[in-house]
Write a protein that binds this ligand. Structure first.
Ligand SMILES: NC(=O)c1ccc[n+]([C@@H]2O[C@H](COP(=O)([O-])OP(=O)(O)OC[C@H]3O[C@@H](n4cnc5c(N)ncnc54)[C@H](OP(=O)(O)O)[C@@H]3O)[C@@H](O)[C@H]2O)c1
Length: 247
């Protein structure tokens, strides 16, 4: 994929899938604005990307905080002059059966996983509309399509991202801006590190390709959707799940 001249902003880039996305986009020629709360990890990532000769800059922000999203993206736009590719990847879980789920845990997951994407899209879209080119990629989840016991908040946020993706895709299609979702299955990151071995073994049995996914598996899909080659794909949900859910 040739992303020379493109500027990407990746949220949740301090580790896991977002970090891999930032590295892959940079490796393919993009300049990358990396966002998350952990400024130290972002600085390390920027140094790693810079050491390869690509351009990167860190914008520490809490994506659940509207003012921080606005200020952070404004700063990224000022730094790079534009944002061509937005990857809404920041996400959290606060698992609990719905009967016991605290309102605060519902709100935190919806704010971090879903409302953040709406806010970021709103901030980047004027510059994309002006230049008549853009790529918006929302990181959903297989559980946004199937639901998952104990994850009513998470599944609702990830299903919400699919609706958001299709609505935005329709709103901006006439300006050659695409909006797609990637729905990872079971990916080895800090998010899944705490799951019990029993859960992992059961999940593995449901994956036809017989292995859990890596952040690189997801980053490859994101890089493709960000490319010129994906120009005719919009409103799509791309599964990256080893066959865990098909169709
Ligand atoms: N791992 C999986 O199996 C899997 C499957 C399907 C979908 N996903 C999705 O993929 C995305 C990345 O997950 P991951 O597995 O890479 O998890 P992870 O290792 O826990 O990384 C989550 C990232 O989100 C950032 N983040 C969380 N809350 C934030 C906030 N309020 N403001 C800014 N950044 C925030 C974190 O950075 P800071 O802590 O530095 O802020 C971190 O960089 C998530 O949306 C997740 O739902 C993961």
């Amino acid at each position: 994929m040739n992303l020379e001249g493109r500027v990407a902003l990746v949220t949740g880039a301090s580790q896991g899938i977002g970090r891999a996305c930032a590295l892959h986009l940079a490796r393919n020629g993009a300049s990358v604005a990396v966002a998350a709360r952990n400024a130290q990890k972002l600085d390390e990532l920027v140094a790693e990307i810079a050491s390869t000769g690509a351009k990167a800059a860190a914008f520490a922000m809490d994506v659940a905080d509207e003012e921080q999203v606005k200020a952070g993206i404004k700063a990224a736009l000022a730094h790079f002059g534009k944002i061509d590719i937005l990857v809404n990847n920041a996400g959290i879980t606060r698992d609990q059966l719905v009967m016991r789920m605290k309102r605060a845990d519902w709100d935190a997951v919806l704010a971090t996983n879903l409302t953040s994407a709406y806010l970021a899209i709103q901030q980047v879209i004027p510059s994309m509309l002006k230049q008549r080119w853009g790529r918006i990629i929302n990181i959903s989840s297989v559980f946004g399509r199937t639901g998952q016991a104990g994850q009513a908040n998470y599944a609702a946020s990830k299903a919400g991202l699919l609706g958001l993706t299709m609505a935005i895709a329709r709103e901006v299609a006439s300006r050659s801006i695409t909006c797609n979702a990637v729905a990872p299955g079971f990916i080895e990151t800090n998010m899944t590190a705490g799951l019990s071995d029993e859960f992992k073994q059961t999940a593995l049995k449901q994956i036809p390709l017989g292995r859990v996914g890596t952040p690189d598996d997801v980053a490859n899909a994101v890089t493709f959707l960000a490319s010129e080659e994906a120009a005719y794909i919009t409103g799509h949900v791309l599964n990256v799940n080893g066959g865990m859910l098909m169709g």
